[in-house]
Write a new protein. Structure first.
Length: 365
């Protein structure tokens, strides 16, 4: 089976998601048609992580925001790219690929199309009401074309249902190779970490305000693993910004951390947060779509809706070591039960097979 993955922002979480799919299906051929962003990790470093098991095709004209001129260029370029390949499944990742891929799909009469938004665009909090309405209309157009839309969590699924759109749910998951040897936590410092691109979605200003509360306390430190256009927002002196890291470097940071803090304004089901679970980190996450699906209050972490509440939870966990240990153990258990061992990839494989069979029956009839 040959799967073409189309993605505009080939970085951070989507890269992790694609690796999960590619490595869980080693007998399939994967072709990744991708855009590039200057403020993301170097594309050659990302490609090297796939160890030759995927083919990469650059989608040069793909851009994030809506622009009639640029989107037309991206559409015709993608159409030309797809004509060069025979494939069984067209898997569209993120909103831009989802929209442009639909129009091409109609021209090619391709009936085996999967669309995974991974944080639907109409859930964004940084755009106007009119733009949200436009994105909702676009999602309805995609739905009418009988594409299989896959939500990554219950809250995303429920938001689609409010639009009258049925989606299939496959929870995101991450396969971790195992803990690194000879790495221990610094027992004298309570390390708070977050991983991701420093963008408006992640609300770095709120993260900075929380860290600043502890600026004069040498026994607590904050680390942002990643980079992005809003990194200058992180001005508190107790925040370390690592820049873009390899997976092994990310895992090393997670293994030496004590708590995972997310201040996101919206999410799908964050793969970085799932990685934090795998290293047994208690979660303190903002109350938003996606985050609320992964936290069971008091079991593996807490949800907050204000800066003050976030600080309360951080302070509670760092001063109650027994509770911290219990929640840490719960995080590891929840990861093992729900998010590991290529479970996400295996469910997508089952979906691909079912769609391929449906497509074959349709052609015969």
């Amino acid at each position: 089976m040959t799967i073409i993955h189309v993605v505009e922002p080939f970085a951070t979480g989507i890269n992790t998601f694609l690796q999960e799919l590619v490595f869980s299906m080693p007998n399939y051929k994967h072709i990744i048609v991708h855009g590039e962003r200057k403020d993301c990790r170097a594309i050659e470093k990302i490609k090297s992580e796939y160890k030759g098991v995927a083919t990469f095709v650059r989608w040069e004209n793909a851009k994030r925001e809506i622009s009639l001129t640029k989107d037309l260029k991206a559409f015709f370029e993608l159409k030309k790219i797809l004509k060069n390949y025979r494939y069984d499944i067209l898997h569209l990742h993120s909103s831009k690929a989802g929209v442009l891929g639909q129009f091409i799909r109609k021209n090619k009469d391709c009936k085996t199309v999967v669309y995974t938004p991974n944080a639907a665009s109409f859930l964004r909090t940084d755009i106007s009401s009119s733009k949200k309405l436009l994105y909702k209309w676009i999602e309805k157009v995609i739905h009418q074309n009988n594409t299989v839309i896959v939500s990554s969590c219950n809250s995303e699924l429920e938001e689609y249902e409010k639009l009258g759109i049925k989606t299939k749910k496959i929870k995101n998951g991450v396969t971790i190779p195992g803990k690194l040897n000879d790495i221990e936590k610094d027992s004298n410092v309570f390390n708070v970490v977050v991983c991701g691109k420093i963008t408006i979605q992640k609300d770095p200003q709120l993260f900075n305000e929380i860290a600043r509360y502890y600026e004069g306390d040498p026994k607590i430190a904050f680390t942002w693993v990643g980079d992005g256009e809003l990194k200058d927002t992180l001005t508190s002196k107790n925040i370390k910004i690592t820049g873009w890291c390899s997976k092994s470097e990310v895992y090393k940071t997670l293994q030496t951390a004590d708590l995972y803090l997310s201040t996101s304004s919206w999410e799908g089901l964050s793969l970085a947060t799932i990685e934090a679970l795998s290293f047994g980190l208690p979660l303190v996450l903002s109350q938003c779509c996606g985050n609320q699906d992964i936290v069971t209050t008091g079991v593996n972490g807490y949800l907050f809706d204000t800066k003050e509440k976030a600080i309360d939870y951080i302070e509670f966990l760092r001063t109650h070591t027994k509770k911290l240990k219990q929640i840490s153990e719960n995080s590891s258990t929840i990861y093992e039960r729900h998010y590991n061992n290529f479970r996400c990839g295996l469910e997508y494989q089952q979906l691909y097979i079912a769609l391929q069979r449906m497509g074959e029956k349709s052609k015969k009839s």
